[in-house]
Design a binder for this molecule. Structure first.
Ligand SMILES: O=C(O)CCC(=O)C(=O)O
Ligand SMILES: [Fe+2]
Length: 202
């Protein structure tokens, strides 16, 4: 056994029970990952996210964008969105993710965190518009950030780091049994872009 090996076992389940999370590590060289980060930053139609939470109109610091196969209308937290048509880079990345995971996806939600001040609170991606227990593939570019899972009943937590140009797959009952979160951090000042490829019910 090579104790200093940095190889990643993509078949290893990060969760102890109630779901499957596989970390594929970095899919790209540093320069390829930088290229995608720059391209996504400049070509995606980034907008501040809006939501209505308990009657209050909230506008997030984090920016979002939503792309997909069709003009999916997506409602959540009282706001509604329509998917934009795929860009060339997104189609390239979707193909890469589909080849790696052996799963197909029809839409992608993107998040832009300008610095470590911005994060995402505990939630699960189990909206009715998503195919039940369909896999979600999460690609990250830019600043490395910590990512946490918390079991809904046992409250057990699992943490990992999402590297520049990396891929994480959340499958099976993960969204049913676990929450996930991107904690804000004072240690990071650089931006990060995250892409979650999803399957919407057409
Ligand atoms: O930024 C991340 O890594 C997570 C994003 C996320 O959980 C989501 O968009 O649902
Ligand atoms: Fe999520």
């Amino acid at each position: 056994m090579d104790l200093f090996s940095t190889t990643i076992d993509i078949n290893k389940n990060l969760l102890p029970y109630g779901g499957t999370v596989n970390y594929y590590g970095k899919l790209f060289s540093q320069s390829e990952a930088n290229h995608y980060f720059d391209k996504l930053l400049s070509s995606i139609e980034w907008k501040n996210d809006e939501a209505f939470i308990m009657g209050k109109h909230i506008i997030t610091k984090r920016k979002v964008a939503w792309y997909g196969d069709e003009n999916y209308a997506y409602k959540y937290s009282g706001a509604s969105k329509t998917a934009l048509p795929w860009t060339a880079e997104l189609l390239e990345l979707k193909k890469t993710v589909e080849e790696k995971t052996g799963t197909t996806f029809n839409s992608c939600l993107l998040n832009l965190y300008h610095s470590g001040d911005e994060g995402m609170a505990y939630h699960s991606d189990d909206e009715k518009a998503l195919a039940k227990d369909s896999a979600i593939a999460s690609m990250s570019f830019g600043a490395e950030r910590k990512f946490l899972f918390r079991h809904k009943q046992t409250k057990e937590t699992v943490s990992t780091f999402l590297e520049h140009g990396s891929l994480l797959l959340m499958a099976d009952k993960t969204q049913t049994n676990w929450l996930h979160r991107l904690p804000p951090t004072k240690k990071v000042s650089r931006p990060r872009i995250n892409l979650t490829f999803r399957t919407m019910i057409p």
